[in-house]
Ligand binder design. Structure first.
Ligand code: AMP
Length: 306
């Protein structure tokens, strides 16, 4: 029997206003599901579930057109689209949220279209953990369930989140979230505690310091690709997830080699995301550019043993 390669993603589709030391972008396309979908669509068909308001235009939808991204599950509700505004520090390593206008996202209840229910992989973007579980309740058991979350849910809805994690195979979070979720400062101990909660694969994102993956095969570390011009880090985490899960969707298994290549593919896609505001670089990206940077990544990290 052939493996089902389509990926169901649930998350925010947004208008972002972003200020970095290099400029400002106002009311541009953002949201975790947007970055994830475009990145993953290079490797596998994507089934997008989210909500937008009646202000969401064809210009924004164009980012999803001409790619294997099904938007039948992108609901349109009366009101305004979710809006997030953030401002980055000079070194781009930290950001302040200036405002979050939930708008139509406040009452979002993911409804999974019939045609999506047999998706082989599911990516649960950063939403209420109870809603994440409601997504799993509406689909046939997928091959892999991946999940993102944030400090807001770890501190406010820990018990709900733990129930969700029991049904998750892959958790992608940053190092501060891993410490908060586990109660352990040491990242290796934190990984052990979190993996005991359910996810057998844990990917810890560390921004410009790269990624650490823990699985039954042991651990794997990848740097971020060294870039001369980093313009806007917004969406890098979701883009990483899109490249990582997208690569796994098309792979024959989840062996250690496959997981390592998936981490590098996620890092490759994320390195393009940060080169421009919004999804501007991702929508202009070609498969040949991806393959070339993936190859450079191998060169970057390769060394001969003694
Ligand atoms: P990242 O930089 O990977 O953390 O993702 C940033 C994206 O997440 C932006 O495009 C925002 O629109 C979106 N975002 C910010 N805050 C939230 C939130 N509370 N819930 C869902 N999405 C959010």
């Amino acid at each position: 029997m052939s493996r089902e390669t389509s990926i169901l993603v649930v998350g925010s589709v947004a208008y972002d206003t972003v200020e970095t030391p290099f400029g400002k972008a106002e009311q541009v396309l953002g949201g975790s599901a947007s970055f994830f979908s475009v990145a993953a669509s290079f490797f596998a068909p994507v089934n997008l579930v989210g909500v937008v308001g009646d202000d969401f235009g064809d210009k924004e939808l164009a980012a999803f057109k001409g790619r294997p991204i099904d938007v039948a599950g992108l609901e349109r509700a009366a009101g305004k689209t979710f809006h997030w505004q953030g401002k980055y520090s000079y070194d781009l390593n930290s950001r302040d949220t200036i405002r979050t206008d939930l708008n139509v996202f406040e009452h979002f209840k993911p409804r999974i279209p019939e045609s999506y229910r047999r998706s082989g992989l599911v990516f649960l973007g950063n939403i209420d953990p109870a809603l994440q579980r409601s997504v799993l309740d509406q689909v046939q058991k997928p091959r892999l369930v991946a999940c993102d979350t944030m400090n807001f849910w770890i501190s406010g809805r820990l018990e709900e989140l733990k129930k969700t994690l029991e049904r998750v195979d892959i958790l992608l979070i940053n190092d501060a979230e891993a410490r908060q979720l586990s109660g352990e400062w040491n990242i290796v101990k934190a990984a052990r505690v979190i993996r005991a909660m359910g996810p057998s694969i844990l990917v810890i994102k560390k921004g410009e310091h790269g990624v650490l993956m823990f699985s039954e095969h042991g651990s794997f570390a990848a740097p971020a690709y060294p870039l001369e011009s980093v313009f806007d880090p917004t969406g890098a985490g979701d883009t990483f997830a899109g490249g990582f899960i997208g690569y796994l969707a098309g792979a024959a298994d989840e062996s250690d080699d496959v997981l390592r290549r998936a981490v590098i593919m996620g890092s490759t896609l994320a390195s393009f995301c940060v080169e421009a505001f919004s999804l501007d670089r991702l929508v202009a990206l070609t498969r040949a550019e991806i393959d070339e940077r993936f190859r450079l990544f191998k060169k970057l990290t390769h060394f001969e043993s003694l």
